[in-house]
Design a protein around this ligand. Structure first.
Ligand code: CA
Length: 232
């Protein structure tokens, strides 16, 4: 590991300590913020590579921290730590911009493997796509070297996960791709509980951002019984 900085946002000391020890043992540098305000300060000052975010914080919710981060233009991967599975839709919500979640109680091994997968796809991918040419499909332009998407000339704000998903679908245009393949390629892990739902939620968000009518998509179509296909 190259010692990336991970910001743990968690008000319970014991929980934060557990995560901290586990991440340090894996070679990460760890920053800890106890409140939402402290998290935003650390984020601005210390430029962490990834943020783990608890939802229940003393001063503001993890949702508000997440929204504020994205509104301020921070695009680091966010791993939400949620108490209940029902919160998943909200956690991965469009206005929220979190990239993945783990439901408490979680195993530390699960959290560190999710963190590794998130870092790999956010940064390994960006480094690897440096020379690629922009792709154009109708009004949609995907520019891998700048990790930018434009629709009718207007910039579209995507999270790193959404960008990677869209780019992967686009470079395999016209070919149906299964949810399991997308999970493995984009999220970096085997299909597990809730995994396919993660794919569906992100596809829904992408459609809201790039489709004129998300209910009858022009670019990302559903292939019944299989998964999704990008139409060039
Ligand atoms: Ca808490």
């Amino acid at each position: 590991m190259t010692g990336e900085r991970i910001l743990i946002v968690e008000d319970e000391r014991a929980v934060a300590r557990g995560l901290e020890y586990s991440l340090q043992a894996d070679g990460f540098q760890v920053l800890w913020a106890r409140t939402g305000q402290e998290a935003l300060q650390r984020l601005r000052a210390d430029d962490p590579a990834l943020i783990t975010l608890d939802i229940r914080l003393p001063d503001m919710s993890g949702y508000d921290v997440c929204r504020t981060m994205r509104a301020e233009g921070f695009r680091q991967p966010i791993l939400m730590l949620t108490a209940r599975d029902e919160e998943v839709d909200k956690v991965l919500g469009l206005e929220m911009g979190a990239d993945d979640y783990v439901v408490k109680p979680y195993s530390l091994r699960e959290v560190t493997s999710r963190i590794r997968a998130l870092l790999r796809r956010a940064y390994g991918y960006l480094a690897a796509s440096g020379e690629a040419e922009p792709m154009r499909f109708g009004e949609l332009e995907i520019d891998p070297s700048r990790v930018a998407v434009r629709l009718s000339g207007e910039s579209v704000e995507l999270t790193p996960t959404e960008f990677r998903l869209l780019h992967h679908l686009a470079i395999h245009a016209e070919r149906p791709i299964t949810r399991a393949t997308l999970l493995e390629t984009i999220w970096g892990y085997d299909s597990d509980i809730g995994g396919e739902r993660t794919v569906d939620v992100h596809i829904r968000h992408l459609r809201t951002k790039i489709e004129d009518d998300p209910a009858t998509p022009r670019y990302i179509v559903t292939v019944r019984g299989i998964g999704y296909k990008f139409q060039g």
